[in-house]
Design a protein around this ligand. Structure first.
Ligand code: ADP
Length: 549
């Protein structure tokens, strides 16, 4: 029997209309670096988004399903694009401006982007790539920049403000099927070509609701959140759409992502919340230690994208900032789990929950696939590869042969669950702890060594700034850990002393023999440790490795 409920599609259009009407007074503040931030209300932003939709349709001829790319920082205009492009039935494609040039060109071609919205400050990056981006017909320049760089380029060039300026503030929004694509994002291509994930209107709507749940980020109209995580890194973890849905004020860092300006904007604009990968928090911590600032407005922050070292969490605890650890991936929209703790626990009892990757929200089903394909119990001990499914989890990638979606076997189980490539355990009350990515696990003899555990212990050493551990081939054991360590300035720690520090904390057989002090851990385009570079440097003999007996 069918229900008697109305069947209203869950679309980004509804988020746009709702945020504009109901939360019109909420604010988007964009840092400009001039001392005078740009300030807009949701009402203004929503109306400008409507004008943008009109301009894209009437001036640029954008039609349903057309891909409209953005090469932009986190700012108010990017939010306008986030709302307008999906609402008009086109597909928002956020380009990661830190990708190597050839990957950006490849992705733009693969997605067949017709339009690129680009921040003026990024024209030096885009201009030389345009000849290779054959599908691009229009470039829309947002904000000041040297447009002469585009002289002679094939696509038509438009200036954002004059393009949207006099357009109507109403739009006859199309009736969309909630399962249609609204936005797309490519994985960062750690293995092979990047893979495109198409988010639906429905997945964005439901994901936004879960971001706003008390069990997740629990933000309201009295909060201001600072998404340092870029809007090209899995939709800034869903924060812009979630914010527009619930009237959460946004503080946008634009291109000012260095620790100094971040500390300055937190002190000046007093956000209550922020979100970023561990390397950003690590950098900010260094800045705050060198030049203390008032960051007391920050009640809680989300750290995810890679494992949050417990030592980092402790350091922010001391500053009165509560860290919430979260796990996710491009394919999971991205929030897959968040480490809010059960009630009634002492800080000591809470700790193991807080450093875990967290609990799954309703909407993310999880299971652990063991080495022989059997599913492991949720007992907090048995490890397996995490598989997930749910309404905001990808079931395929964009564009296999022709326009077909494709489902590589290593990424999807025969019954359609996403194989995450992450290895870990789940407790009986549903808390996930990841020990490694499947490809980063160190297989020593018959045993597995967790690179993440070794890194966390090393990064708890007072003189260690960063540490990355990778597997390297070993004649006797198959693989052994190589510890690469970045020491804090003025440190006199030796390999022996670092190993002695580890010795009290992990089993003896897990202690690394091979060590290298490096100036910095190489990072991926979204600021994660890039272990494949370390493995390659080791294989190419580029690391100065000391082997302890
Ligand atoms: P990429 O795989 O290219 O880095 P994603 O941003 O989608 O792109 O990364 C997803 C991966 O990041 C996850 O599969 C997981 O390995 C890692 N990750 C994300 N959050 C965490 C976390 N809190 N702890 C450990 N690993 C994490």
């Amino acid at each position: 029997m069918l229900s008697t409920m109305q069947d209203v599609p869950l679309t980004v259009t509804r988020i746009l209309v709702h945020g504009t009407l109901v939360h019109g007074d909420s604010k988007i503040t964009t840092w400009t670096g001039t001392g005078e931030p740009q300030r807009r209300t949701f009402r203004e932003t929503g109306l400008r988004a409507v004008q943008l939709a009109n301009a894209l349709r009437d001036e640029l001829g954008v039609r349903r399903d057309d891909r409209v790319a953005t090469l932009m920082w986190n700012n108010a205009e990017h939010v306008e694009a986030y709302l307008a492009i999906p609402a008009m039935g086109a597909i928002l494609h956020t380009l990661n401006l830190r990708l190597p040039a050839e990957q950006l060109v490849w992705i733009t071609k693969h997605a067949a982007d017709r339009v690129v919205l680009v921040n003026g400050s990024l024209l030096p990056l885009l201009a030389p790539l345009l000849p290779g981006m054959e599908s691009v017909e229009h470039v829309v320049v947002v904000g000041p920049g040297d447009t002469s760089l585009l002289d002679g380029c094939a696509p038509a060039v438009h200036e954002y403000e004059s393009l949207i300026g006099d357009r109507p503030t109403t739009y006859d929004w199309p009736e969309l099927d909630e399962r249609e694509a609204a936005a797309m994002c490519y994985t960062s291509g750690t293995t092979g070509d990047p893979k495109g994930v198409l988010f639906s209107h429905r997945s964005i709507y439901l994901h936004s609701m879960q971001v706003n749940m008390a069990e997740s980020m629990a933000l309201t109209t009295s909060d201001t959140t600072l998404p340092v995580v870029p809007m090209f890194h899995v939709n800034a973890w869903g924060i812009p759409h979630a914010a527009f849905m619930s009237g959460i004020n946004l503080l946008m860092p634009d291109r000012f992502l260095q620790p100094g300006p971040l500390a300055e904007m937190i002190e000046a604009e007093r956000p209550t919340h922020a979100a970023a990968v561990p390397t950003i928090w690590q950098g900010l911590l260094g800045e705050l230690t060198a030049r203390p600032r008032d960051i007391s407005s920050l009640a809680s922050v989300v750290i995810g994208g890679s494992a949050c070292p417990p030592a980092l969490m402790e350091a922010y605890d001391k500053l009165g900032v509560r860290v919430c650890h979260a796990w996710g991936m491009t394919e999971t929209s991205p929030l897959g789990s968040l480490a809010q703790t059960p009630p009634g626990l002492t800080p000591e009892q809470e700790w193991p929950y807080r450093i875990s990757q967290g609990r799954f929200p309703a909407g993310v089903e999880a299971r652990l696939a063991g080495p022989d394909g059997e599913f492991m119990p949720w007992d907090g001990e048995a490890a397996g590869e995490l598989e997930v499914r749910g309404p905001w989890i990808a079931g395929a990638y964009y564009g296999g042969a022709g326009a077909d979606p494709f489902r590589p076997e290593d990424k999807f189980s025969p019954d359609g669950w996403l194989r995450t490539g992450d290895v870990g355990t789940i407790t009986p009350d549903g808390y996930l702890t990841l020990t490694d990515r499947a490809k980063d696990v160190i297989k020593s003899g018959g045993e597995w060594i967790s690179s993440v555990e070794l890194e966390n212990h090393l990064m708890a050493h007072p003189e260690v700034a960063e540490a990355a551990v990778v597997a390297v081939p070993d004649d006797k054991w198959g693989e052994r850990p190589l510890a690469t360590v970045v020491l804090k300035e003025g440190s006199s720690a030796t390999y022996e002393s670092l190993r002695a520090f580890l010795a009290g904390r992990i089993a003896h057989w897990q202690l690394p023999e091979r060590w290298a002090i490096i100036p910095a851990v190489p990072k991926t385009s979204v600021g994660k440790f890039d272990k494949k570079v370390i493995r390659k440097d080791y294989a190419d003999g580029k690391l100065d490795v000391t082997k302890l007996s």
